[in-house]
Unconditional design. Structure first.
Length: 70
């Protein structure tokens, strides 16, 4: 289950660095990423579209939204 993996993953799925400094889920897919990679995501021009798609999915009852893709 993706939720369980989020808490047990030790390194960032994207860059491979340790997650000791914090972790979050990607807004684009189901990767567990470090805070540096999350900051890079926020700079993408399609970041707002990814956020909006997740909000719409959750409001529609989908709590397992896979993201819009990276």
């Amino acid at each position: 289950m993706a939720g369980d993996r989020f808490f047990t993953t030790k390194v960032c799925d994207r860059c491979g660095r340790t997650l000791d400094g914090g972790r979050t889920m990607s807004m684009f897919n189901e990767q567990t990423i470090c805070m540096d990679c999350a900051a890079k995501e926020r700079e993408r021009p399609d970041y707002k579209a990814a956020c909006d798609a997740e909000i719409a999915a959750v409001r529609a009852g989908n709590r397992n939204f896979k993201g819009i893709g990276l």
